[in-house]
Design a protein around this ligand. Structure first.
Ligand code: ADP
Length: 761
């Protein structure tokens, strides 16, 4: 058997198609239409060349069917399959694919019918003078190639992403090779068997490469690199050629052998000196001409970058600096820095911090298990939007996440990672030159993202420091407030206690110094003793009040519970004030008590509470005013069935800014220099403990207290309303871990009994 060149070529072609067939066969599991089409295409290519090889080897064929004819039929089928391959490469809908396949089958059937003379069709001439098979083959080729070009053209206009365009370019080259090969076939079948077949082979390899690898090498870049290397090689060749020529001239002109040696060594030395700078220079020059970018020193850039970003003391400033540097060092025209608002937690919210060339971006929210975020968490250093679009591993990305990503218009994402947590993302738009981002650029971006992560840490720390500073500031204000209330306490307590103490002191000295004669006067002695008693009573009141307030404050007030009729409580509390009401002509009334239920409470404490409220009402109401007490049963949130008692006056009123503060210890609206001036005198100051105690009593019962008043006004007297709410049964509310625990019903509540009875005047 003779091994002809044809057999060798056919074998190589077979090998390539076989490889494509196996590779696509292995990927069939991915169930993607494009892989199936590639498989069919490679299968047909394999079959067609196998038939031709069998023909070339003169292997006996079945009668009436020549291998060459079978080869031609499968070649036509393969070309038609290239058409469908293009359609599925561009993700055309299923019915378009099916339609094309039906058309292709019709052509193939007709071709078979005519060529194999089924039903005597062979005798009909489609176009007189031209072979039927040739016509049908022509139609098939033109159909496949024309459709491929048409859809590719439409796609080129639609796509902007550099990576997508690059992929399309590969396909365009493959389609062009197919078209040329078809042209050769119709011009001369003989040339086709050499050149045409080779073109088909290259086209198939390109198509196979594009389908099977998601990342096609950048064509522009490839061509650019080739030109670059050729250029450099050329430059170096010129230098060598020039030195060689000089050596030859020298050796010819100089007669002396030593001279020749000397000149050659000198030349070699010169060459050794200039070759490196020359190479660098031409490299920079060519890089600039071909790739349109400057030669740069990455280390220098990173150093400069890290110095600049480390000066940012807050995140926003950092974002602005990063964008500026991205423009400066990478020539970025579109870019965004996103920051993860959740600070590296499981969910990720990417907020645009600063940007160039894009605006109006919204914050992107990603779920706990987002594929996009996981990709970076798994240590990947960058991601192309193109990958998100085409890689099968992103096919189950949430639609809203996909929409947000493609909406940003970015082409490349570089994560800013701290300890594997995503703190932000640098996103880069397409390059202005229309080429993909160079690998060196991406490496630099990754390095810059690392620097940004470090700077972000320190910026965050600075921000935290600032917040802590603020907190310390407000704490020291609080401390100052506490200091003030301590001072208030001392001044009030000393006033409140010193006045009665002075009385006691004075009267007791008088007692000591009583003369015999004075001792005989019981009325005089009584006055003195009454003075001592009054002073000590007052002292006891103040000290007891302080004690009660302290008890209430630490939630340790003892209640002696029993059935309480509220009207009775009010009557008892009012009794001591009847003379004062009379004297100052203040009208007094009470309403609503007929319908009031009996409540469970500590009656003595309730009397104490109302005494304070009534005393205040009288104190802050001018002569001739009015004080009334209203009551009604209510149902209140967090309290349940309850009674509400309102102490209303038409006195001077209270400024809304003091509505909370008056319930605090030692708080008095006017300054603390006034000392106690009685329990009923108009505007008579007290120790500032009364309302604190009332609040303590209300709370100990699980009740509430608050005040309503339009404001303080000593001309129009807007008056005040003090609201007190008591539950029908006392509820102790303990605030534990922020949750309110209710312990209702008297049986279950252990009120500690203590032999302390409130004092009454
Ligand atoms: P004090 O012993 O000074 O009366 P309180 O705790 O009873 O202390 O009241 C605190 C402050 O609330 C009083 O100094 C007074 O300014 C204001 N106040 C209380 N009740 C009334 C009221 N009915 N009308 C106007 N102001 C009131």
């Amino acid at each position: 058997m003779m091994i002809t060149p044809e057999i060798v070529i056919l074998s190589i072609i077979l090998l390539v198609f076989g490889l494509l067939f196996v590779l696509s066969g292995l990927r069939l599991r991915s169930k993607r239409a494009i892989v199936l089409h590639l498989f069919i295409y490679a299968g047909l290519g394999l079959a067609s060349n196998l038939f031709r090889l069998m023909g070339a080897l003169n292997i006996a064929s079945l009668p009436g069917v020549s291998y060459n004819l079978l080869g031609e039929l499968t070649l036509l089928a393969m070309i038609l399959a290239f058409g469908t391959l293009t359609l599925s490469f561009l993700n055309k809908e299923r019915n378009i694919l099916v339609g094309f396949w039906i058309g292709a089958l019709v052509i193939l059937l007709l071709w078979g019918a005519f060529v194999f003379n089924a039903g005597n069709l062979g005798s009909i001439a489609l176009v007189p003078g031209i072979n039927n098979a040739l016509i049908l083959s022509g139609v098939g080729w033109v159909l496949a190639v024309a459709i491929s070009f048409a859809v590719l053209g439409a796609e080129f206009r639609k796509r902007q992403s550099v990576k997508h365009l690059n992929r399309l370019r590969y396909w365009l080259v493959a389609a062009a090779l197919m078209a040329t090969s078809g042209l050769i076939l119709f011009i001369s079948p003989v040339i086709f068997y050499w050149a045409g077949q080779l073109l088909i082979l290259v086209a198939s390899m390109l198509a196979g490469y594009t389908v099977l690898s998601y990342h096609t090498a950048d064509l522009n870049l490839l061509v650019g690199r080739a030109v670059h290397y050729l250029g450099i090689t050329g430059v170096i060749t010129v230098i060598f050629y020039f030195s060689l020529a000089v050596t030859v001239i020298v050796s010819r002109s100089a007669l002396n052998r030593v001279n020749v040696f000397f000149w050659t060594v000198l030349l070699a030395l010169l060459l050794a000196l200039i070759i490196r700078p020359f190479w660098l220079l031409s490299n920079q020059l060519l890089t600039r001409i071909i790739f349109g970018k400057k030669y740069r020193d990455d280390k220098q850039i990173i150093r400069h970058y890290s110095q600049r970003v480390s000066t940012a003391l807050d995140i926003q400033r950092l974002g602005d600096i990063v964008i500026d540097l991205m423009i400066e060092t990478l020539g970025i025209e579109e870019g965004v820095i996103f920051v993860n608002e959740r600070g590296g937690g499981s969910k990720v919210s990417l907020r645009p911090l600063a940007s160039v060339g894009v605006s109006g971006l919204a914050t992107g929210n990603f779920g706990v298990d987002s594929l996009f975020i996981d990709y970076f968490r798994n240590g990947k250093k960058f991601l192309h939007q193109y990958d998100v679009d085409v890689l099968p591993e992103f096919s189950s990305l949430r639609p809203e996440e996909r929409t947000w990503l493609s909406g940003t218009g970015m082409e490349l994402y570089v994560p800013i990672l701290r300890n594997r947590e995503l703190v932000g993302i640098l996103a880069f738009g397409p390059r202005s030159q229309g080429t993909a981002h160079y690998e060196e650029d991406i490496e630099l971006m990754i390095a810059l993202a690392d620097q940004t992560a470090l700077a972000m840490d320190s910026a965050r720390l600075f921000e935290q420091l600032a917040t802590i500073n603020l907190e310390v500031g407000s704490l020291s204000e609080q401390l100052a407030g506490m200091d003030q209330s301590k001072t208030d306490f001392l001044s009030i307590a000393s006033h409140e206690l010193r006045t009665p103490l002075t009385h006691i002191h004075g009267y007791s000295r008088m007692l000591l110094e009583l003369t015999e004669e004075e001792l005989q006067d019981p009325a005089y002695v009584r006055t003195i003793i009454e003075g001592v008693v009054k002073g000590s009573d007052r002292m006891k009141t103040v000290v007891d009040m302080m004690f009660d307030v302290t008890e209430a404050h630490i939630g340790d007030m003892n209640l002696f519970l029993g059935p309480v009729a509220l009207e009775e409580v009010i009557d008892q509390a009012t009794r001591p004030f009847l003379p004062a009401l009379d004297e100052r002509r203040i009208a007094f009334g009470k309403t609503g008590f007929d319908e009031m239920p009996i409540i469970e409470a500590d009656g003595t404490r309730l009397v104490q509470a109302f005494e304070n409220l009534i005393s205040n009402a009288i104190k802050y109401t001018p002569d001739g005013g009015m004080v009334k007490i209203e009551s009604r049963p209510i149902v209140m949130e967090n309290v349940g069935s309850a009674v509400e008692i309102v102490v209303v006056d038409n006195g001077i009123g209270i400024d809304p800014e003091h509505h909370e503060k008056i319930f605090e210890k030692f708080f008095r609206v006017d300054d603390t220099e006034h000392h106690s001036t009685g329990k009923t005198k108009f505007k008579g100051a007290g120790p500032g403990l009364g309302l604190t105690l009332v609040k303590g009593i209300a709370q100990a019962h699980g009740g509430k207290i608050w005040v309503e008043s339009l404001g303080e006004d000593e001309v129009n007297f807007p008056g005040s309303k003090f609201f007190l709410v008591f539950p029908l049964h006392p509820v102790r509310v303990t605030e534990k871990d922020g949750a309110k625990q209710k312990q209702s019903q008297i049986e279950t509540v252990h009120w500690r009994s203590k032999d302390l009875k409130p004092d009454k005047e």
